[in-house]
Design a protein. Structure first.
Length: 94
């Protein structure tokens, strides 16, 4: 996930200096622009699909949580692990 984030930051002319697991991904102090954030989410979903794991990160359930799973890198990583635990691998039929 850090490599996806690093690529998105490079695309917008930023770098990973000072980025920690608690760095905000959304909100006024966000690390990226909203457009870059959408790109990061799409890149993560595509990367997981390439590994045979189908995930949809943005959902009504995710957006209705009292604490956003997108608030920082640590929360996003935990959310992805939660979804992966509940996910079924893609088959050749998909």
């Amino acid at each position: 996930m850090m490599s996806v984030l690093e690529e998105a930051l490079e695309d917008q002319g930023s770098c990973m200096d000072g980025v920690t697991s608690q760095t905000p991904l959304i909100g006024p102090d966000a690390l990226t622009t909203s457009l870059a954030f959408v790109s990061i989410i799409a890149d993560i979903e595509m990367g997981m699909a390439d590994e045979g794991i189908e995930l949809t990160l943005v959902s009504e359930e995710a957006l209705s949580r009292s604490q956003s799973p997108f608030r920082n890198l640590d929360a996003l990583a935990n959310y992805i692990m939660e979804l992966m635990t509940a996910s079924k691998p893609l088959t050749e039929d998909h």
